[in-house]
Design a protein around this ligand. Structure first.
Ligand SMILES: *[C@@H]1O[C@H](CO)[C@@H](O)[C@H](O)[C@H]1NC(C)=O
Ligand SMILES: *[C@@H]1O[C@H](CO)[C@@H](O)[C@H](O)[C@H]1NC(C)=O
Ligand SMILES: [Zn+2]
Length: 451
């Protein structure tokens, strides 16, 4: 009997392993099952999986480690004219954490429900595009398609924590330079309607801290220029500015991501006692912090001037600090702005990709979407940031795009899911995009013309 039972057990194992299908959905779910959540993302296993997928399709694979244990995987489909600038499709390997007890299915189970929803952390952000790129190439190869331009796919670590050990190292590297990238597609966001969304810029986040000082005094005394008074005057001015920006959004004249947002995130003042605060002392210092986000159309010097002259003026005993991080190299300035990303590319142009005929890639991309039966909404600025800013800093036209329509926006949320039908449609959209972009003969003769 025990022998018979173990025989059944082995038969069961045999069929359960071998009946696991090798379909696009099964491959997507396998990629979703790697736990790539911060703070300890598993990078090694998904990279091995992607390399095995690349092998099965016949793509070249290379791994770079600019930082130990933080691999950048690059897959390449060589074009018939390698002298033309290549097209790069980027996605990040990592995900934000999930709180399993708030989910209806374990976040790394990639549970497929009867109505076709695939639940997983990363299903929308952005493991869908990671595998869709590969499936699209698999299908194009099966049809005998030959690209004119070389196609690259990059898988980068740490996007969700700022990209400083990922794209910030990869994009400025010699290895990247050698790819001669002419155009990049990176992640976008789900659309709740029938049309696909596309993003041409990110907002630049700054952490602004302002500090006021003034003569301390008894709580009963009314006098001018206390630290609290100085800080509160600044808060009034900043609030007025915030209202002016928010009114434009409320009037429907701009989207949230198209205006400057400035939101207070902390206030710090007061003399603490074991039971709370001394209620009869006006403190000599007071501080406030703001999350400030600038669209690329804003002239950063004008905001810096506004901060220096109106929001934290020295004449009101106010100070601020300035701290800028670009390409992972932090330079410290003795002012109090923390600027996480610059607003200009290396040539001083706004960090945005044109979505009109001045960008020769734009009509090719747009027509590829239409050829796949899709439509684009009005191009948008992303309210947050992605790795696309590193490509744009190099002056490379870069669009954010994830082909998800009729899908609730669940990135970083509980119960993140993507429907199987939406996922599969995305593969055919990428087939159209990859074949169009890689066949684009380009206007390089025009760009290099001196006439
Ligand atoms: C600035 O601080 C000094 C020293 O605390 C104080 O005497 C002065 O009145 C303050 N001036 C303003 C404009 O707040
Ligand atoms: C494209 O947009 C840019 C920036 O708005 C503008 O300067 C340029 O003239 C536009 N090009 C065309 C062909 O409309
Ligand atoms: Zn993402």
């Amino acid at each position: 009997m025990p022998i018979l039972r173990s025989l059944f057990f082995f038969l069961f194992l045999f069929f359960s392993v071998h009946s696991e299908e090798d379909t696009p959905i099964a491959r997507f779910r396998r990629y979703l099952q790697f736990n790539t959540a911060h703070p300890n993302p598993n990078y090694a296993d998904p990279v091995s999986f992607l390399i095995s997928q690349a092998d099965s399709i016949g793509l070249q694979a290379r791994t770079f480690e600019f930082i130990p244990s933080k691999p950048v995987l690059l897959l390449t489909w060589p074009g018939s004219d390698p002298s033309l600038p290549s097209v790069l499709f980027n996605s990040h390997l990592d995900s934000v954490p999930a709180e399993p007890d708030k989910w209806s299915h374990p976040p790394f189970s990639a549970t497929l429900t009867l109505d076709g929803k695939i639940y997983a952390r990363g299903a929308q952000d952005d493991k869908c595009i990671a595998i869709q790129y590969l499936e699209a190439i698999r299908n194009l190869k099966a049809r005998g398609f030959v690209p004119l331009r070389t196609i690259h796919i990059s898988y980068v670590p740490d996007e969700e924590i700022g990209g400083f050990d990922g794209s910030a190292k990869f994009v400025p590297s010699k290895e990247f330079e050698d790819l001669n990238v002419g155009f990049v597609l990176d992640e976008g966001q789900a659309s709740t309607g029938d049309e696909f969304r596309v993003f041409y810029a990110d907002r630049s986040p700054w952490n602004l801290k302002i500090k006021a000082s003034g003569a301390p005094g008894h709580g009963s005394n009314m006098y001018d220029n206390s630290a609290m008074e100085n800080l509160m005057r600044s808060i009034e001015v900043i609030t007025k500015f915030r209202d002016s920006q928010f009114d434009v959004v409320k009037a429907g004249e701009a989207m949230n991501s198209e205006v400057i947002s400035v939101n207070p995130v902390y206030l710090k003042a007061g003399i603490t006692t074991p039971t709370g605060y001394a209620m009869n002392v006006q403190p000599s210092e007071a501080e406030a912090g703001f999350d400030l986000r600038l669209p690329p159309t804003v002239e950063p010097d004008l905001i810096k001037k506004r901060i220096a002259e109106e929001w934290a003026p020295a004449r009101r005993n106010m100070t601020y600090e300035y701290y800028m991080i670009s390409f992972g190299i932090g330079s410290y300035h003795p002012l109090m702005i923390i600027e996480k990303g610059p607003l200009r590319d290396y040539m001083g142009r706004p960090l945005m990709t044109l979505t009109n005929d001045s960008n020769p890639w734009w009509p090719v991309f747009k027509q590829a979407i239409e050829a796949a039966g899709g439509k684009l909404t009005r191009p948008e600025i992303l309210a947050s940031t992605t790795d696309a800013r590193f490509m744009r800093e190099r002056g490379i036209p870069t669009l954010g795009f994830s082909p998800m329509t009729n899908t609730p926006i669940l990135l970083h949320d509980h119960n993140e899911f993507l429907k199987d039908t939406v996922y599969l449609r995305g593969i055919s959209v990428y087939e159209s995009i990859i074949s169009s972009l890689s066949s684009f003969k380009g206007e390089s003769h025009k760009m290099h013309s001196t006439s």
